[in-house]
Write a protein that binds this ligand. Structure first.
Ligand SMILES: C[S@@+](CC[C@H](N)C(=O)[O-])C[C@H]1O[C@@H](n2cnc3c(N)ncnc32)[C@H](O)[C@@H]1O
Length: 173
Protein backbone atom coordinates (compact mmCIF):
# COMPACT_ATOMS: atom_id res chain seq x y z
CA UNK A 1 0.00 0.00 0.00
CA UNK A 2 2.78 2.44 1.02
CA UNK A 3 4.86 1.53 -2.02
CA UNK A 4 1.82 2.09 -4.28
CA UNK A 5 1.24 5.54 -2.75
CA UNK A 6 4.92 6.43 -3.21
CA UNK A 7 4.81 5.26 -6.84
CA UNK A 8 1.70 7.34 -7.53
CA UNK A 9 3.28 10.37 -5.85
CA UNK A 10 6.49 9.99 -7.85
CA UNK A 11 4.59 9.55 -11.12
CA UNK A 12 2.46 12.62 -10.35
CA UNK A 13 5.60 14.63 -9.57
CA UNK A 14 7.30 13.46 -12.79
CA UNK A 15 4.15 14.30 -14.80
CA UNK A 16 3.88 17.78 -13.26
CA UNK A 17 7.58 18.46 -13.85
CA UNK A 18 7.40 17.35 -17.49
CA UNK A 19 4.19 19.38 -17.92
CA UNK A 20 5.82 22.49 -16.49
CA UNK A 21 8.87 22.20 -18.78
CA UNK A 22 6.60 21.59 -21.79
CA UNK A 23 4.33 24.51 -20.91
CA UNK A 24 7.27 26.96 -20.73
CA UNK A 25 8.90 25.53 -23.84
CA UNK A 26 5.73 26.24 -25.83
CA UNK A 27 5.26 29.64 -24.20
CA UNK A 28 8.85 30.84 -24.78
CA UNK A 29 9.45 29.18 -28.13
CA UNK A 30 12.48 27.26 -26.83
CA UNK A 31 13.13 24.52 -24.28
CA UNK A 32 15.97 24.25 -21.77
CA UNK A 33 18.22 22.41 -24.26
CA UNK A 34 21.69 22.39 -22.72
CA UNK A 35 24.81 23.53 -24.56
CA UNK A 36 26.80 20.43 -25.50
CA UNK A 37 30.22 19.62 -24.03
CA UNK A 38 32.05 20.33 -27.31
CA UNK A 39 30.41 23.73 -27.66
CA UNK A 40 31.22 24.46 -24.01
CA UNK A 41 34.86 23.66 -24.75
CA UNK A 42 34.86 26.14 -27.61
CA UNK A 43 33.14 28.78 -25.47
CA UNK A 44 35.85 28.28 -22.82
CA UNK A 45 38.49 29.28 -25.36
CA UNK A 46 36.47 32.31 -26.57
CA UNK A 47 35.64 33.91 -23.22
CA UNK A 48 37.25 37.35 -22.86
CA UNK A 49 40.10 37.61 -20.34
CA UNK A 50 38.94 40.92 -18.90
CA UNK A 51 35.33 41.57 -17.99
CA UNK A 52 34.40 44.65 -16.02
CA UNK A 53 30.83 44.51 -14.80
CA UNK A 54 28.21 41.89 -14.08
CA UNK A 55 28.09 38.60 -15.93
CA UNK A 56 24.53 37.90 -17.04
CA UNK A 57 23.21 34.73 -18.63
CA UNK A 58 19.96 35.19 -20.55
CA UNK A 59 18.03 31.91 -20.27
CA UNK A 60 20.31 29.69 -18.16
CA UNK A 61 18.26 26.49 -18.56
CA UNK A 62 19.76 23.77 -16.32
CA UNK A 63 22.87 25.87 -15.73
CA UNK A 64 25.29 24.08 -18.08
CA UNK A 65 27.28 27.25 -18.77
CA UNK A 66 27.49 28.47 -15.19
CA UNK A 67 30.45 26.30 -13.94
CA UNK A 68 32.48 27.47 -16.91
CA UNK A 69 31.77 31.11 -16.01
CA UNK A 70 32.49 30.50 -12.32
CA UNK A 71 35.80 28.88 -13.22
CA UNK A 72 36.87 31.68 -15.57
CA UNK A 73 35.62 34.61 -13.44
CA UNK A 74 35.83 33.47 -9.79
CA UNK A 75 35.64 37.04 -8.48
CA UNK A 76 32.79 38.23 -10.65
CA UNK A 77 29.08 38.34 -9.81
CA UNK A 78 27.07 35.99 -12.05
CA UNK A 79 23.37 36.59 -12.52
CA UNK A 80 21.17 34.21 -14.47
CA UNK A 81 17.67 34.71 -15.85
CA UNK A 82 15.37 31.78 -16.50
CA UNK A 83 11.59 31.81 -16.90
CA UNK A 84 11.00 28.05 -16.68
CA UNK A 85 10.66 27.30 -12.91
CA UNK A 86 12.20 23.82 -12.76
CA UNK A 87 15.43 24.60 -14.64
CA UNK A 88 15.65 27.89 -12.68
CA UNK A 89 15.41 26.06 -9.33
CA UNK A 90 17.84 23.38 -10.48
CA UNK A 91 20.44 26.00 -11.47
CA UNK A 92 19.99 27.90 -8.23
CA UNK A 93 20.48 24.76 -6.12
CA UNK A 94 23.29 23.14 -8.05
CA UNK A 95 25.28 26.20 -9.09
CA UNK A 96 24.59 28.29 -5.99
CA UNK A 97 23.86 31.48 -7.90
CA UNK A 98 21.05 33.98 -8.03
CA UNK A 99 18.53 33.04 -10.72
CA UNK A 100 15.88 35.60 -11.63
CA UNK A 101 12.75 33.68 -12.58
CA UNK A 102 11.51 36.39 -14.88
CA UNK A 103 11.56 37.47 -18.51
CA UNK A 104 15.16 38.43 -19.30
CA UNK A 105 13.97 41.34 -21.45
CA UNK A 106 13.26 43.04 -18.09
CA UNK A 107 16.89 42.66 -16.99
CA UNK A 108 18.78 45.74 -15.87
CA UNK A 109 21.86 45.44 -18.07
CA UNK A 110 23.38 48.89 -17.71
CA UNK A 111 26.25 47.53 -15.62
CA UNK A 112 26.78 44.33 -17.58
CA UNK A 113 30.30 43.32 -18.54
CA UNK A 114 29.40 40.07 -20.30
CA UNK A 115 26.10 38.75 -21.64
CA UNK A 116 25.97 35.08 -22.55
CA UNK A 117 23.10 33.16 -24.16
CA UNK A 118 22.02 30.27 -26.35
CA UNK A 119 18.62 31.06 -27.85
CA UNK A 120 16.83 31.07 -31.22
CA UNK A 121 16.70 33.53 -34.15
CA UNK A 122 13.54 35.38 -32.98
CA UNK A 123 15.01 35.99 -29.52
CA UNK A 124 18.34 37.14 -31.01
CA UNK A 125 16.51 39.72 -33.14
CA UNK A 126 14.68 40.98 -30.03
CA UNK A 127 17.93 41.14 -28.04
CA UNK A 128 19.45 43.20 -30.83
CA UNK A 129 16.57 45.69 -30.64
CA UNK A 130 15.74 45.74 -26.92
CA UNK A 131 18.88 44.77 -24.97
CA UNK A 132 21.87 45.83 -27.06
CA UNK A 133 20.96 49.56 -26.98
CA UNK A 134 20.96 49.43 -23.15
CA UNK A 135 24.41 47.84 -22.81
CA UNK A 136 27.42 49.93 -21.73
CA UNK A 137 30.39 50.41 -24.05
CA UNK A 138 32.92 47.61 -23.72
CA UNK A 139 30.32 44.99 -22.76
CA UNK A 140 30.91 41.57 -24.34
CA UNK A 141 28.19 39.33 -25.77
CA UNK A 142 28.85 35.67 -26.33
CA UNK A 143 26.37 33.43 -28.08
CA UNK A 144 26.40 30.27 -30.12
CA UNK A 145 24.47 28.63 -32.94
CA UNK A 146 22.47 31.81 -33.71
CA UNK A 147 24.10 35.17 -34.25
CA UNK A 148 22.89 38.71 -33.67
CA UNK A 149 21.35 39.64 -37.03
CA UNK A 150 22.67 43.22 -37.38
CA UNK A 151 26.19 42.93 -35.91
CA UNK A 152 29.62 41.81 -36.93
CA UNK A 153 31.31 39.62 -34.30
CA UNK A 154 34.84 40.45 -33.17
CA UNK A 155 35.51 36.72 -33.17
CA UNK A 156 33.76 33.65 -34.62
CA UNK A 157 34.97 30.16 -33.80
CA UNK A 158 33.63 26.74 -34.71
CA UNK A 159 33.06 23.99 -32.15
CA UNK A 160 34.62 20.64 -32.79
CA UNK A 161 31.23 18.91 -33.17
CA UNK A 162 29.24 17.35 -36.01
CA UNK A 163 27.59 20.67 -36.93
CA UNK A 164 30.72 22.80 -36.53
CA UNK A 165 28.53 24.96 -34.29
CA UNK A 166 29.60 28.60 -34.50
CA UNK A 167 30.40 30.56 -31.34
CA UNK A 168 30.15 34.34 -31.73
CA UNK A 169 31.82 36.99 -29.60
CA UNK A 170 30.69 40.63 -29.91
CA UNK A 171 31.73 43.80 -28.13
CA UNK A 172 29.72 47.00 -27.73
CA UNK A 173 31.60 50.11 -28.96
C1 LIG B 1 18.40 26.63 -25.32
S1 LIG B 1 18.21 26.94 -23.59
C2 LIG B 1 19.85 27.33 -23.14
C3 LIG B 1 20.19 26.91 -21.74
C4 LIG B 1 21.58 27.28 -21.28
N1 LIG B 1 21.84 28.68 -21.53
C5 LIG B 1 22.63 26.46 -21.98
O1 LIG B 1 23.27 27.00 -22.91
O2 LIG B 1 22.84 25.29 -21.62
C6 LIG B 1 17.36 28.52 -23.61
C7 LIG B 1 16.69 28.87 -22.26
O3 LIG B 1 16.21 30.21 -22.33
C8 LIG B 1 15.01 30.30 -21.57
N2 LIG B 1 14.29 31.49 -22.05
C9 LIG B 1 13.88 31.73 -23.32
N3 LIG B 1 13.29 32.95 -23.41
C10 LIG B 1 13.35 33.49 -22.15
C11 LIG B 1 12.93 34.74 -21.61
N4 LIG B 1 12.36 35.68 -22.38
N5 LIG B 1 13.16 34.99 -20.31
C12 LIG B 1 13.77 34.05 -19.51
N6 LIG B 1 14.20 32.84 -19.97
C13 LIG B 1 13.99 32.56 -21.28
C14 LIG B 1 14.32 28.98 -21.87
O4 LIG B 1 13.40 28.64 -20.85
C15 LIG B 1 15.48 28.01 -21.95
O5 LIG B 1 15.70 27.37 -20.71
Amino acid sequence: MISQTITILLLTLAGLSAGSVLFWTIRLGIGPTPTSGKVRNRIRSCLPEEVSGAIIELGCGWGQLIPLLQEKYPEQRIQAWERSPLPALFTHWFCGIEVKRRDFFEADVKEAGLIICYLFPGAMARIEKEIIPRLPAGCWILTHTFSLPGRVPVKTMKADDLYRTPVYLYQIN
